[in-house]
Design a protein around this ligand. Structure first.
Ligand SMILES: NC(=O)C1=CN([C@@H]2O[C@H](COP(=O)(O)OP(=O)(O)OC[C@H]3O[C@@H](n4cnc5c(N)ncnc54)[C@H](OP(=O)(O)O)[C@@H]3O)[C@@H](O)[C@H]2O)C=CC1
Ligand SMILES: Cc1cn([C@H]2C[C@H](O)[C@@H](COP(=O)(O)OP(=O)(O)O[C@H]3O[C@@H](C)C(=O)[C@@H](O)[C@H]3O)O2)c(=O)[nH]c1=O
Ligand SMILES: [Mg+2]
Length: 324
């Protein structure tokens, strides 16, 4: 395929954990126009493009100018506890801006790839959640993400809503990085052991997104039928405590002399770790639908976590343990 015929893909949120990996994974699919908060320029004409999701008018205009075959939205308000204090901003970025993108996608016939979260569920029961199970978010963040999902479906655009969870990446802050820092500062860590989910790598999310979007962009009857909501998480499940223990054990093996202080990782109930936002106890996601629809297998969560630890603990990784 020549560059001129390659579909245009508009990526928003290019500098986040998932957005960063998407720059790499989406590049082979077409002509990628990748925007962060600061925006950019249209490759052919140099026209200014808006990447700030708080600028709703600018965002709609940007889609019109780029006329992409697909929009991939990796930008979001993801500070779960902080969202309890600024619900309007969370709603604007996670719902209003998504509404604008979805309507713009519908108008120009583009696919919209959008990410959502296990935090749309109330966490009841033990069974892994399926895509059509009822949602009942416990937090401002969760409610704003639910509203974003609803806007995408209501717009009528062809879409992939990919609900994921517990994301870690080499770029940006996450629970894994917090744990590795604390393990070098404290002798005892206390971590909740009654919230369940699967740590999922930003690289895995990006690779799966590229594979799914390629099939969607291929066109035809099969492609149109792919539009819908999918759960995307690594295989297996653990608790935040199980995750912390695995991470730190891996890190100690790879970098035994990195100054570890921790000798105890104590399993605690959620009630012993109060936070502004409530989080679901059962965040397990059933990924059967994704695996069947797109013909792929998802690896055990430990594989990606071990690779991430090897990456961030390597001496070559200049920013260890907290990159710029
Ligand atoms: N992180 C997680 O554990 C999970 C994430 N998800 C979802 O996956 C998607 C990707 O998340 P992830 O990559 O981890 O999140 P990050 O927080 O790493 O990245 C989000 C990006 O969005 C940017 N952003 C925030 N506000 C705006 C704005 N007004 N305009 C433009 N950009 C903005 C952030 O910029 P800045 O850094 O400047 O604020 C950041 O670069 C999101 O939809 C999220 O809800 C789902 C489940 C779990
Ligand atoms: C730092 C720390 C956290 N915790 C608990 C608090 C909380 O219940 C759990 C996870 O804390 P965090 O705040 O790091 O994770 P959190 O920001 O809740 O992560 C979520 O982010 C959003 C964006 C999502 O969509 C979710 O899927 C999920 O990944 O660990 C401890 O028990 N001990 C600790 O020392
Ligand atoms: Mg957090």
């Amino acid at each position: 395929m020549s560059v001129a015929q390659a579909p245009r893909i508009l990526l928003l949120g290019k500098d986040g954990q998932v957005g960063w990996e998407l720059q790499r994974a989406l590049a082979p699919l077409g002509e990628l126009v990748a925007l962060g908060r600061a925006g950019g320029t249209e490759p052919a004409t140099g026209a200014p493009l808006v990447g700030d999701l708080a600028d709703l008018e600018g965002l709609a205009a940007t889609v019109q100018v780029v006329r992409p075959a697909a929009i991939v939205n990796a930008a979001a308000y993801t500070a779960v506890d902080q969202a309890e204090r600024e619900p309007e901003l969370a709603e604007r970025i996670n719902a209003d801006a998504v509404d604008v993108l979805a309507q713009a996608a519908a108008r120009c016939g583009a696919w919209l790839v959008h990410y959502s979260t296990d935090y749309v569920f109330d966490g009841s029961g033990q069974r892994p959640w399926r895509e059509d199970d009822p949602v009942a978010p416990l937090s401002v963040y969760g409610r704003s993400k639910r509203a974003g999902e609803e806007a995408v479906r209501a717009s009528g655009c062809r879409h992939l809503i990919l609900r994921t969870q517990w994301v870690y990446g080499v770029r940006g802050g996450n629970f894994a990085r917090t744990m590795l820092r604390l393990a070098r500062e404290r002798e005892v860590l206390r971590v909740v052991d009654d919230q369940w989910g699967a740590p999922t790598g930003a690289d895995l999310i990006a690779d799966v997104t590229a594979c799914a979007l390629r099939q969607a962009l291929a066109g035809g009857v099969h492609a149109a039928a792919l539009s819908g909501t999918y759960h995307l998480a690594a295989a297996g499940t653990t608790t935040w405590c199980g995750y912390a223990r695995y991470l730190i054990e891996q890190a100690r093996q790879i970098a035994p002399h990195a100054g570890w202080c921790v000798h105890t990782i104590e399993a605690i109930p959620t009630a012993a770790y109060p936070t502004p936002a409530r989080r679901p106890a059962n965040g397990r996601l059933d990924t059967t639908r994704l695996q069947t629809a797109f013909g792929m297998h998802l690896p055990p969560w430990q594989h990606g976590v071990a690779r991430w630890v090897a990456m961030v603990c390597s001496d070559a990784w200049a920013g260890w343990p907290n990159p710029a």
